[in-house]
Design a binder for this molecule. Structure first.
Ligand code: UT7
Length: 330
């Protein structure tokens, strides 16, 4: 026991839509093939949220309710909610605002945080600060995206990667030294031209022309982003280990953003980690942007042990990237 308050993850929730979009389905939509997608990305299928009127909040709500049930808390106990997303239900109000209403978290305030694929890590660090301040006892941190709402399914360079999903964690104060220990977060806006959505913001508000020019879809220069991602995610993960005087041997799990298996392999290699210590579910969900890291925690929760050191790492649009060291609390 110590006087220092750390922000511990005390529960994990998740949700993926039922509908699957397989590589074989994509073969019928664009000029691609299963072998190419699997060998270049590691992806076999992804989940798609279908149905009129369904939005990101419709995936976050079941994930948050599951989280509350697992931890045995009433949504009224939630103090704050942060949602890392690039596909909010609408530009405003925030998705956090809508989700708090839908789950009955009437005592919570919250906001959306936009940091693309690093959205969950940015949100986790922000949420941890709220707990460490001593002012808040229960903070829900979410990563969620309905990427299918901003993907051009005639563009084979982007449509093969992305999928939909939502994951969340509950942060609570801990005095045993478990929880979020350290984070290195980075951003470099010069990367914006290589991965962005051209229209729909104040720079290019929506017009008939922007819609006709497909400017409301995600635009990505894959190879350029790939090169930066390999270096950025591996560098920051190695730096995090070094400044905490740890080596790969001290790490139980790498929890990487699932953008491309080759980026993940490069990061694990740089950290000196064998593949059995790397969480990988990209083959089933694809790249769900903000949701990849919490969905890994959701899938692996039963295998995690109290005291395990986890490194969470991400790279994405912005550019934004980072790594976070977590000591598992249960
Ligand atoms: O989520 C955070 C940010 N995003 C990322 O981290 C994603 C990073 N980028 C990537 O994962 C990869 O760049 C992609 C998976 C998007 C593309 O893989 P790549 O190995 O970088 O492919 P490429 O763009 O260099 O294209 C190689 C070849 C090209 O053909 P030529 O010019 O060599 O004849 C492409 O036209 O592969 C072709 N190609 C495809 N072929 C079949 C591109 N997309 C496809 C496709 N199916 N879907």
């Amino acid at each position: 026991m110590s006087d220092k308050i750390t922000a511990a993850i005390t529960a994990v929730g998740g949700y993926v839509p039922e509908d699957k979009l397989t590589n074989f389905d994509l073969e019928k939509m664009v000029d691609t093939n299963d072998e190419w997608i699997r060998s270049r990305t590691g992806i076999s299928e992804r989940r798609i949220l279908k149905g009129e009127g369904k939005a990101t909040s419709d995936m976050v709500v079941p994930a948050v309710l599951q989280l509350c049930e697992k931890r045995g808390i009433d949504p009224l106990e939630i103090d704050a909610m942060i949602i890392g997303t690039v596909t909010p239900d609408m530009i405003f109000p925030s998705t956090a605002n809508l989700v708090c209403h839908k789950v009955g978290a009437r005592n919570a305030w919250g906001f959306d945080l936009l940091a693309a694929c690093s959205g969950f890590l940015y949100s986790l660090t922000t949420g941890a600060s709220l707990i460490e301040s001593g002012r808040y006892k229960k903070v829900v941190v979410v990563g969620a995206d309905k990427m299918s709402s901003i993907i051009d399914y005639s563009d084979r360079a982007t449509c093969i990667i992305f999928g939909d999903g939502a994951g969340c964690v509950l942060l609570e104060p801990n005095t045993e030294g478990n929880g979020i220990h350290d984070s290195i977060l980075r951003s470099d806006g010069s990367g914006a031209p290589h991965l962005h959505m051209k229209a729909g913001g104040s720079l290019h508000p929506a017009t008939y022309e922007t819609v006709a020019a497909k400017e409301h879809y995600a635009y990505q220069e894959g190879q350029h982003v790939f090169k930066h991602a390999v270096k950025g995610m591996a560098d920051v993960s190695a730096e995090l280990l070094e400044r905490n005087h740890l080596t790969g041997n001290d790490i139980a799990w790498l929890v990487p953003h699932q953008a491309n298996k080759r980026i993940i392999d490069a990061t694990a290699d740089r950290m000196g980690l064998s593949t059995d210590k790397v969480m990988l579910n990209i083959q089933r969900y694809g790249n769900t942007t903000g949701a990849t890291i919490p969905l890994c925690l959701w899938d692996w929760e039963k295998q995690l042990k109290k005291g395990d050191n986890l490194v969470l790492a991400a790279f994405g649009g912005g550019f934004t990237w980072g790594a976070t060291l977590v000591k598992w609390a249960y």
